[in-house]
Write a protein that binds this ligand. Structure first.
Ligand SMILES: Nc1nc2c(ncn2[C@@H]2O[C@H](COP(=O)(O)OP(=O)(O)O)[C@@H](O)[C@H]2O)c(=O)[nH]1
Ligand SMILES: [Mg+2]
Length: 410
């Protein structure tokens, strides 16, 4: 049987130089568990594993514990791995090859969602040089970087467009979508993305070869928005100048996901937790000092500063940004496939071993295919392990469902 767990989500961390991308990346990929329990380790220098946090279903089921294998469960919180990529070199003109240019932008191809790290304190100029906080308007960075990403995608798609458009002209609507999605799959663009972009630009019924350049451009911008949606990480929220900027960004950009973040504070907390100085889980709104006498004066001072930051923003925002990207923007939910719906175990007796991140709207049969192909092919019905009720192939999975698939093929 071929195992096909859901492909891991890839989150691209983008932004100008010196805004805190590497600090965010370091904080998000650091977790305080023994190394042998880590499901995944660093893959490449700029790719690492971060986690989304979700209340583990074991508590709701009244179980004392669980035996996670593809994820972690710490104090009743499930941490489910996602891939993070630190994409350097995004500056104005990058799509034309300026700075590190296209080589780095190409890393974005496979990303499902982007975290745009912005220096909310305005303490870096347009080239990323450190300046006095309050000097730079972070709104300008948002506009410039998003423009770069749009231009980059435009330059890739528009290159082959005339030829592709002539092919598309001869196809009916559904074949046109199929062909476009297939040609653009290298940019992680899928069928639904193409459908969305055609609809929102009202280009569904016009022949692609007749599109004017502005129309093609608008189409590609819509494709970018839907296939690489952006969460704005308003970083350096610990610097006083950031507060007014963040309020202004939120007012100017209603409907956009903007998370106040201090990557530096999160890195400090995770390191302190790793050293056993504090009790803190990523995403917590507070921490607890384990042993006051172990702290150096400098550590105590730093922790006090972070404490007041947490009071103000209610978290450092790093975990919130990852969760927002996956749960709000990508609209994913968590489900737990099991073999035994009474004991909530797999065939080896592990309790709730796997937490799957799946798109909202996924059906029981689609989940079966993700677990393995044969299970999907031979799908008979599924059992909702919480209610012990049978559900059919079209049952829409709900967040924290525990599901047993019954198939003709064992
Ligand atoms: N005050 C503050 N400084 C930060 C924060 N995140 C990063 N920095 C600082 O910003 C500078 C650039 O950070 P770095 O992660 O190397 O930025 P990158 O060039 O975008 O990868 C470093 O001096 C960091 O310590 C933050 O949340 N708050
Ligand atoms: Mg860096």
């Amino acid at each position: 049987m071929s195992l096909m767990p859901p492909p891991q989500i890839l989150v691209g961390v983008v932004g100008k130089t010196n805004v805190g991308k590497s600090t965010f990346f370091a904080a998000a990929t650091l977790i305080s568990v023994p190394i042998e329990n880590r499901p995944f380790v660093t893959i490449e220098p700029n790719v690492g594993i971060g986690y989304v946090r979700s209340k583990c279903v074991h508590k709701e089921l009244g179980l004392k514990n669980c035996n996670p294998r593809n994820s972690l469960c710490i104090q009743g919180e499930r941490f489910i791995p996602i891939k993070l990529m630190d994409v350097a070199g995004l500056i104005r003109g990058a799509h034309k090859g300026r700075g590190l240019g296209n080589k780095f932008l190409d890393n974005l191809r496979q990303a499902d969602v982007l975290l745009h790290i912005v220096d909310a304190a305005g303490s870096t100029d347009e080239e990323g040089r450190p300046v006095k906080p309050g000097y730079r308007d972070p709104m300008d960075d948002i506009i410039e970087i998003e423009h770069e990403i749009d231009e980059w995608m435009f330059s890739i798609i528009s290159k082959d467009w005339p030829r592709l458009a002539r092919t598309l002209d001869h196809l009916d609507y559904s074949h046109m979508i199929e062909t476009l999605a297939q040609r653009l799959s290298g940019l992680s663009i899928r069928r639904q993305h193409v459908i969305y972009a055609l609809k929102s630009t009202k280009l569904e019924s016009s022949k692609p070869s007749t599109w004017r350049e502005e129309e093609l451009r608008a189409f590609i911008v819509e494709l970018r928005k839907i296939s690489k949606p952006i969460v704005i990480v308003a970083n350096k929220a610990d610097i006083p100048e950031a507060e007014d900027n963040i309020k202004r960004l939120m007012n100017k950009l209603p409907g956009r996901v903007i998370i106040p973040v201090s990557s530096l504070a999160e890195l400090l907390l995770r390191r302190a937790a790793n050293r056993g100085l504090i009790r803190y889980l990523p995403g917590d709104s507070d921490f607890e000092i384990i042993n006051e006498s172990k702290l150096t004066p400098a550590q105590r001072k730093a922790l006090n500063i972070v404490k007041s930051l947490l009071k103000k923003w209610s978290s450092t925002g790093v975990q919130q940004a990852l969760n927002a990207a996956v749960f709000n923007v990508l609209e994913m939910i968590v489900v737990y496939p099991v073999e035994d719906p009474n004991k909530f175990t797999d065939s080896k007796g592990f309790i709730l071993p796997d937490a799957y991140l799946i798109k909202k709207g996924t059906t029981a049969r689609e989940l079966a295919y993700m677990v393995h192909t044969e299970l999907g092919k031979g799908f008979l019905y599924a059992i909702n392990a919480k209610t012990k009720q049978r559900v059919g192939e079209n049952y829409i999975l709900q967040h924290n469902d525990v599901i047993k698939v019954v198939s003709t093929i064992k």
